[in-house]
Design a protein around this ligand. Sequence first.
Ligand SMILES: Nc1ncnc2c1ncn2[C@@H]1O[C@H](COP(=O)(O)OP(=O)(O)OP(=O)(O)O)[C@@H](O)[C@H]1O
Length: 264
Amino acid sequence: MSQEKVLQITDLSISFTGKVVLDKINLEVYRGQIIGYIGPNGAGKSTTVKIILGLLDRYRGKVEVFGEDIRNKGNAYKKRIGYVPENGEIYDDLTAFEYISFTGQMYGMEPEDIKNKLIRLLEKFDMAESLHKRVSTFSKGMKQKLLIISSLIHDPDLIFFDEPLSGLDANSVMIIKEMMTILAAEGKTIFYSSHIMDVVEKISNRIILLADGNVVADGTFDQLKEKNKEGTLEQIFNQLTGFDQHEQIAADIVAALHGDESNE
Ligand SMILES: Nc1ncnc2c1ncn2[C@@H]1O[C@H](COP(=O)(O)OP(=O)(O)OP(=O)(O)O)[C@@H](O)[C@H]1O
């Protein structure tokens, strides 16, 4: 792996209406890393990514992408970034071709280049027939594939995937996992946020766990395992976030559904 620093985050903090979401986070990310960026719901994973993408600017601290402070960078650095948001919205009335033409041109690509790539990619994603079909007619998985194509069509160097496998069938999941490995081996850097722990465990060469506004673990899966004496990433996650009550909570939920009296 390269020692070229792609991202540096220094003392990054942000609060929303008085609630501290990120509390002086520090991170250095290197070219070719696949970072499994995990944490409980509401831990601040999407917020971190939105700050790096320049979508939130009320933060404190410093964020450097490709060696430059994003506060001084304008928008040019975004052309080297790809992003699959957790809840990606696609303009439903557009066709696949119109949508990718629109996003590709925002990244400064030539229309001919966009079309050629898109035709090849749709074919590989088993969507060759969908080029001129409206997104409103697509299944969830097809929309997700289009979001993935949209995030990668401009060949970005730094890629943020927020639950990219959502809605994909088992075959497509295998393709995307393998694709991430190839892209990282080529020197692309991938930030992979997901709650599916066994995929994160397998795919990431570095895992960062965010909880209560802080980085509470940062290392390879083997390093995390050594420190925490637990078997799977799911167990390490539960241990580090202090969670051991799933049986009791599940039983309480069922009792509440039945209208049983609470004994809490
Ligand atoms: N625009 C906003 N205004 C107010 N609060 C916000 C805003 N955006 C995020 N938050 C709060 O910040 C916290 C972190 O949210 P964020 O979406 O970053 O979490 P996450 O780790 O991505 O969670 P999940 O795993 O559920 O996707 C949450 O408590 C959320 O309610």
